[in-house]
Ligand binder design. Structure first.
Ligand SMILES: [Zn+2]
Length: 443
């Protein structure tokens, strides 16, 4: 069997990045063995409170390669190749020692929130460990029960990284995307990144199968991080073959190395079809708008759907304008994360299903007998004809329909404020997600 190496929780909010460790693993391990398939970046539940920056774990598969290899990276001036199939390595202890040396060199042990862990497995653990890890909260007991005999488990500090490491090795892609990650030479880490905005826009337009490159609303490059980590930029897309030419269009600082990773980013794998109940989950449900949206301090916009409060936070910028166009009676479908504190649903995507009619009163009702307009009896109290004393309901006032600013359909925040796992609408529009939009819309 091919060996599966899973690593998690090595990074910190102040720098480093688990994917850089992936390049170091690939660089070192391919001196002796072959890479089987793409290295993988597996994002796990973004709602758990102790997550590292992007809650991303990595999985690298190695063995003796079979079949025709393809280029997946460029490190130390030469191409990195991966094989479609492979045969096993007997000595997993030697592999584990090599992995340990790299994890120990590159992990941020000094960060109190960083608890690295890795595993070396001869077989993929049960798939449910991935689904629990991406949608819910996985415990150490569950993962240790799930991995088979002969598994090598190396925890550091409290060892929590082992959980994500196992979840990453349990992923069998149903839907998948790719990301080409480019890295800076070590001397440049922490310094300002110089990238040409025009080249990013040109690339984004030339390669529609890529996504989350540029925020046109804010005029901001999204494909480069704003943290001091070693990543120069990353381009996400559906076609792994187009990522290298896309990368070569970006002008500015020249990458020192690059690697293409297979990922669950942009798949909505974290979304569960249920109404909000338990915290730390991203849910998808349909309901009716019950209130006009209101804005709270900080610029966040809230509204009620059935008995739930849904929030579009300030960083989602123009998306809040869509939300502000909702009125009671509209039916919507909500995708959002349930916050642990108040049970508020933090909106990730919104579908306007049907729009309630909105009218504006233009005059009091006309009494059909006296042909005169009735007089108002005060707010909500209806109208009365002053001549024949006949009573009229509020709803009998003369009204005209008001055009709505919203149209039915899906809406999402701008590229810069989406979650790694959130499926961008562009993937449905391109038809690149195997889960078609129509089936996504039903139920
Ligand atoms: Zn009358």
């Amino acid at each position: 069997m091919v060996l599966r190496i899973g690593v998690d929780d090595t990074d910190s909010l102040r720098g480093m990045c688990t994917t850089f460790l992936a390049t170091e693993l690939v660089r070192d391990l391919t001196k002796t063995w072959d890479l089987i398939g793409f290295p993988r970046l597996v994002r796990l539940n973004p709602n758990i409170p102790w997550k590292t920056r992007g809650n991303g774990a990595i999985c690298v598969r190695i063995g003796h390669g079979r079949g025709r290899p393809h280029v997946v990276g460029w490190i130390d001036g030469s191409e990195v190749r991966a094989f479609p199939h492979g045969e096993g390595i007997e000595d997993s202890h030697t592999v584990a020692d090599r992995v340990a040396a790299l994890v120990e060199r590159w992990s941020r042990f000094e960060d109190p929130g960083t608890n690295p862990g890795f595993v070396v497995l001869r077989a993929a653990p049960p798939e449910h460990l991935y689904w629990t890890g991406v949608r819910s909260v996985l415990t150490m007991d569950e993962v240790l029960r799930g991995i088979g005999p002969g598994a090598l488990v190396r925890p550091y500090k409290n060892g929590r990284g082992v959980i994500g490491a196992v979840a990453a090795t349990a992923w069998r892609p149903h839907d998948r995307t790719y990301e080409i990650l480019t890295y800076r030479r070590e001397g440049a880490w922490g310094t300002h990144r110089l990238l040409s905005r025009e080249s990013v826009i040109q690339m984004d337009r030339k390669f529609p199968s890529t996504f989350n490159n540029y925020d046109y609303e804010a005029g901001r490059i999204v494909l480069a991080p704003r943290t001091p980590c070693p990543v120069l930029f990353g381009i996400r897309g559906d076609d792994s073959k187009l990522l290298r030419p896309a990368m070569e269009m970006i002008r500015g600082e020249v990458p020192d190395r690059w690697l293409i990773l297979e990922t669950n980013q942009g798949t909505d794998d974290h979304v569960v079809r249920e109404r909000p109940s338990a915290p730390h989950r991203t849910v998808r449900f349909r309901g009716q708008v019950r209130s006009l949206p209101w804005t709270i301090r900080g610029g966040h916009v809230l509204f009620s759907v059935d008995s739930h409060t849904v929030a579009a936070y300030e960083p989602s910028k123009g998306f809040r304008g869509i939300v502000r166009g909702l009125v009671p009676g509209d039916t919507v479908e909500i995708v959002g994360a349930v916050r642990p504190d108040w049970g508020t649903v933090n909106l990730e995507k919104l579908r306007v299903d049907s729009l309630a009619p909105v009218t504006r009163k233009v005059g009091n009702p006309v009494c059909p007998q006296c042909m005169r307009r009735a007089k108002s009896r005060g707010r909500g109290a209806g109208f009365r004809c002053e001549i024949c004393r006949r009573h009229f309901l509020n709803s009998s006032a003369e009204a005209i329909p008001v055009p709505r600013t919203l149209a039915p359909g899906w809406y999402e925040p701008p590229a810069g404020s989406r979650r790694h796992l959130s499926l961008p609408l562009k993937r449905w529009e391109n038809g690149s997600s195997p889960i078609r939009r129509r089936s996504q819309s039903s139920g």
